[in-house]
Design a protein. Structure first.
Lengths: 213, 316, 485
């Protein structure tokens, strides 16, 4: 069981790395869906048995992160009508290498963090940490608004992994509330992106720097 | 420690078995790859044993040497094949122990491959043509990136085996260890697969069937060889694929089957499966843009590094 | 007489939002907004009526009103009522026409703020916080220009990422509450259970500290503490004025409330010194940054935004110092919210009438728009801490707290920075109200609906500066005690 959980955790990190390295936005959205799929499976594995809480959470995650959010993102991409290429601020090779270093460091150092209670796997905290860092890297290292949304989603996925460590403390309603919040956030971001595209003719956030003191 | 076991007869038998596999299997794997690609494309393709006939045909032809070349050019193919054969003596083909094994032989293995590559590069540069030089520089760049991945991935396997020797890896790493070791072995094997594709100039790193000089990497280095030299090069490339591919195949084979013949047979089956897999990959994927190949190799390095650190810290 | 049923505070505005979405007539929506706001204000006022018992916890302890929540709820409801009345006239005067979601979004904001003030579960607080970000993001780009969209994108990205870090902090609190056996020492993330566990000393200190740092970064972004404040000036400037007013007053106070909930747990666990130091440092830094950018600021709403950053820094400073200063911080939270409300509503008037936000172009208001000019001048004086403003009292209390604690350096820096702000803002204020008279474009720019709410708030700020009623004093003292006063 622990081996399976470990493999799934590494898969989350790998899909994050793939999102950093790919130059195709649609492939990046698919990688987000893959992360969501893994995250939907994890609570069931962590709890060790299928119960209402785990099943509901898994179903909710599946519906939102694998279907609803990627659909919203693809629709936003289509409506924006922009180039499907990712335009990186930080080159692909540099971001992949930097991310690789960060992942290795977080796995190496994350084992030292003494998490009270028995976390389901010794890789949980390091992988969560690594995913958060990868999400931040995507957010900061890319210029297109859509990729910033993807970075935000990866960041939230990493935080979700941390939440697995305190699974018993969060009531189901709140977890679902968090998921809904993310869904609505992506929805609103899509709307704003559409407006940006209509006004600016592009969604390059680094060209939107007119407000300053 | 070595495979020179109890009786000399047994040692001679195992050496003979190893050499037979090493010398005869490569062209078969080559044929399997071409046949698979043909099947996927809806054709029947050339006969399975065609590579053997090709090598035999080329050996009987005469060679043409350009006037700008020197003895370096003639040494190239011979040196590469020799290095590959020696490397093949150190690497286990299947669960049988190789003729030579000692702790750290994986370093020798990597650098023998490097030696072969070096000699080929020199021969390419010796022609004085810009096309070969271009291919040589590309090949050099990509191997530089593939080497750390190779070392890191083999390090993971060695840690799993408990002994830094390729023979120990063949003995200890079985499909059962994948279940207990979690993701680190999977990451290492995947990184090794990418390295194998890179070292042997297969899709997605290089397309062996391309005719456009500007897109070739390995093919363009050997553009000027003809006759027996070309035969040695083709044969050497096939053997290199077998030898590097065995690193990927052996951990996936079922454990020691008892008799050396059974192990050899299992390995042959595994090698053919590898050929089919490569053929499928070549049929379905396109070659990566040249600027994206370093990214792929960097990804392999990162995968292997993650596998190593997971193995070292979690023990899993 | 028992207090009102707590879920009402959330359900009333939420119901109003749903109905408002269905209504077709704009007047109807505006009227509904005002009606709901006044009902909500009435509910809040009933909490202060003599003879009314404090409301009982509802939903199994998930909703409860402690003095801190009471303070923020009152302020939020008050300012919301003022902006609701302001909106009635504003929506006719502002170009372009308001979108259909504007009024409902306002009501959703009120509902979310009520949840933030009454909920006791850290996860619920987080969801409500996210809801406020999203509802605001829908109404900020109202004016649909390049700048508005740029500001909206910055706002939504920064606040969402910040709030995500706050979620991480909440998870860390949960981890801190897990004992080595793997079961949770506190049942879930209910604040009361966490406080009890903290006092019993069963929270892991390193994890709790890390959690507080993340909560500070996350909720600090929403409060607008430097250096996490960069979204504030842009968003305040580009948003429609009533929304800016809400953001600056109710929403900032609610975000600070979230932060204080985490701080409460920290103090109960005995780690108050660690958190207090962080708050003092961030507070002083915010005051300094606010002061630096207020000097020579040319855009009126950006000026108000940086002033807000500075004042939130003052509140953080007071809370961090603890003791007497904590009482001052609570009073400052209340007083500043009301005074900022005055300023934003008056500024909105001036901007609507003159069509520009530039301080240089708004001069001479006192002659053409006397009511607005008076409001602006009085509002600025109140915010700067002129007696008899409540802010004068609160700043003095914080200063006294600093001196009593022997932190003369901090007290000196505090006074110095306040002086810089005083000079800069006073100069801008004088320039606005005196000088050549500005062009006035809109018809009937000084309708009573646009000015009366602001006057009411102004009167309140001045009244509080003169005398603090007993009920309010009890609430302030209670809140200060909760955060280590």
């Amino acid at each position: 069981m622990e081996g399976a959980i470990d493999t799934l955790l590494i898969l989350v990190v790998l899909s994050g790395l793939y999102m950093l390295a790919t130059s195709d936005l649609v492939a990046a959205i698919r990688a987000t869906a893959l992360q969501g799929l893994v995250l939907a499976l994890l609570p069931l594995l962590v709890r060790g048995h299928v119960d209402l809480h785990g099943a509901a959470l898994g179903a909710g995650t599946l519906a939102l992160k694998v279907f609803a959010i990627p659909t919203l993102l693809r629709a936003a991409l289509r409506r924006a009508g922009v180039n499907r290429e990712v335009e990186p601020l930080l080159g692909f090779g540099a971001s992949l290498s930097l991310a690789g270093v960060l992942v290795v460091l977080s796995i190496a150092l994350g084992q030292r963090l003494a998490v009270p209670g028995a976390p389901p796997s010794s890789l949980l905290v390091p992988c969560a940490f690594a995913t958060v860092l990868i999400g931040l890297l995507i957010l900061v290292g890319r210029t297109k608004a859509l990729t910033q949304v993807l970075g935000y989603l990866v960041l939230e996925n990493g935080i979700f992994l941390f939440g697995l460590a305190v699974l018993r403390a969060m009531p189901l309603i709140v977890e679902l509330g968090v998921l809904l919040d993310i869904l609505v956030a992506v929805f609103v971001m899509g709307i704003v992106m559409h407006k940006i595209r209509r006004t600016f003719d592009h969604i390059d956030t680094h060209a939107m720097t007119e407000l300053r003191d | 420690m070595t495979a020179m076991g109890a009786s000399t007869a047994e040692a001679a038998r195992s050496l003979g078995l190893h050499l037979t596999l090493l010398l005869l299997a490569p062209s078969l794997v080559q044929g399997v790859i071409v046949k698979t690609k043909a099947f996927v494309a809806g054709r029947r393709g050339p006969p399975l044993l065609q590579p053997y006939f090709d090598v035999w045909k080329l050996l009987r032809k005469g060679a043409v040497y350009s006037r700008t070349t020197t003895v370096v050019f003639r040494i190239g193919p011979i040196g590469a094949l020799a290095a590959t054969i020696v490397a093949g003596l150190v690497v286990p083909l299947g669960r049988n122990a190789p003729p030579f094994a000692f702790p750290g032989d994986l370093v020798l293995f990597a650098y023998l491959l490097g030696l072969g590559r070096f000699v080929t590069l020199l021969a390419a540069l010796d022609t004085g043509s810009s096309f070969e030089g271009m291919g040589a520089s590309r090949e050099a760049t990509f191997s530089t990136l593939a080497e750390p991945a190779l070392f890191l991935a083999v390090a993971v396997l060695a840690l799993a085996a408990g002994n830094p020797s390729l023979a120990a890896i063949a003995e200890a790493v079985t499909p059962a260890s994948f279940a207990t070791s979690g993701p680190s072995l999977l990451l290492a094997v995947f990184a090794l697969l990418v390295v194998a594709l890179a070292e042997n100039s297969r899709v997605p790193v290089d397309d062996p069937a391309t005719h456009l000089e500007l897109t070739m990497i390995h093919e363009v280095m050997v553009l000027d060889h003809s006759g027996p030299d070309l035969a040695l090069i083709l044969y050497g490339a096939a053997m290199k694929l077998l030898v590097v591919g065995s690193l990927v195949v052996t951990p996936l084979l079922p454990g020691d089957l008892g008799s050396p013949w059974a192990n050899a047979g299992a390995f042959l089956g595994g090698a053919i499966a590898l050929g089919v897999a490569i053929g499928l990959v070549e049929s379905t994927m396109a070659r990566l843009r040249l600027v994206r190949v370093p990214l792929l190799l960097a990804g392999a390095i990162v995968l292997a590094a993650i596998g190593l650190v997971v193995r070292l810290t979690a023990g899993g | 007489m028992p207090g009102p049923w707590l879920p009402l505070f959330t359900l009333v505005p939420l119901g109003g939002a749903v109905v408002a979405l269905a209504l077709r007539s704009k007047t109807g929506r505006a009227g509904l907004l005002v009606a709901t706001a006044l009902v909500h204000l009435g509910l809040v006022a009933s909490l202060f009526a003599p003879g009314v018992a404090p409301p009982r916890p509802a939903l199994g302890g998930h909703l409860a009103l402690d003095p801190l929540g009471l303070l923020v709820l009152s302020v939020a409801s008050l300012v919301f009522a003022a902006t609701a009345i302001y909106n009635v006239r504003y929506r006719r005067l502002t170009p372009p026409r308001l979108s259909r979601v504007y009024m409902p979004a306002n009501l959703v904001l009120l509902a979310a703020m009520s949840v933030l003030c009454t909920a006791r579960h850290l996860g619920v607080l987080w969801v409500a916080s996210g809801a406020t970000t999203l509802a605001t993001a829908l109404v900020v780009p109202l004016h649909r220009g390049r700048h508005a969209l740029e500001a909206t994108w910055k706002f939504i990205m920064l606040c969402s990422v910040g709030v995500a870090f706050a979620l991480l902090g909440i998870f860390f609190v949960g981890i801190a509450a897990t004992d080595p056996a793997g079961t949770s020492a506190a049942s879930g993330l209910l604040l009361d259970d966490l406080l009890a566990t903290a006092r019993a000393g069963r929270l892991s200190a390193p994890w709790l500290r890390t959690a507080f740092v993340f909560l500070l970064v996350g909720y600090g972004t929403k409060v607008g503490l430097a250096p996490l404040h960069s979204w504030k000036p842009d968003t305040y400037a580009e948003a429609p004025t009533p929304i800016s007013a809400l953001l600056a007053t109710g929403l900032t106070a609610c975000a600070f409330l979230n932060l204080l909930r985490g701080y409460q747990v920290l103090v109960a666990a005995g780690e108050g010194a660690f958190g207090g130091q962080l708050l003092v440092v961030l507070g002083l830094f915010s005051i300094a940054v606010g002061a630096a950018f207020v000097v020579g600021q040319g855009d009126l709403k950006r000026l108000l935004a940086y002033s807000g950053v500075e004042h939130m820094g003052i509140v953080a400073l007071g809370v961090g110092l603890g003791g007497t200063a904590a009482y001052g911080a609570m009073l400052h939270l209340v007083g500043h919210s009301i005074a900022k409300g005055v300023l934003f509503l008056a500024a909105g008037n001036a901007i609507l009438a003159c069509g520009t936000r530039a301080v240089g172009d708004l001069s001479g208001l006192m002659r053409r728009l006397p009511a607005t000019g008076v409001l602006l001048l009085a509002g600025f004086l109140a915010t700067l801490g002129f007696p008899p403003s409540a802010i004068f009292l609160s700043e003095l209390t914080i200063l006294r707290g600093a001196i009593e604690a022997g932190l003369h350096g901090i007290a000196g820096a505090f006074v110095g920075l306040l002086s810089i702000v005083f000079v800069a803002v006073a100069a801008a204020a004088v320039r606005i109200v005196q000088g050549r008279s500005a062009k006035v474009e809109a018809a009937d720019p000084e309708s009573s609906l646009l000015t009366l709410p602001a006057f009411a708030l102004l009167a309140l700020v001045v009244a509080l500066g003169v005398h603090i009623p007993a009920a309010l004093h009890r609430a302030l003292a209670g809140a200060a005690a909760l955060v280590g006063g």
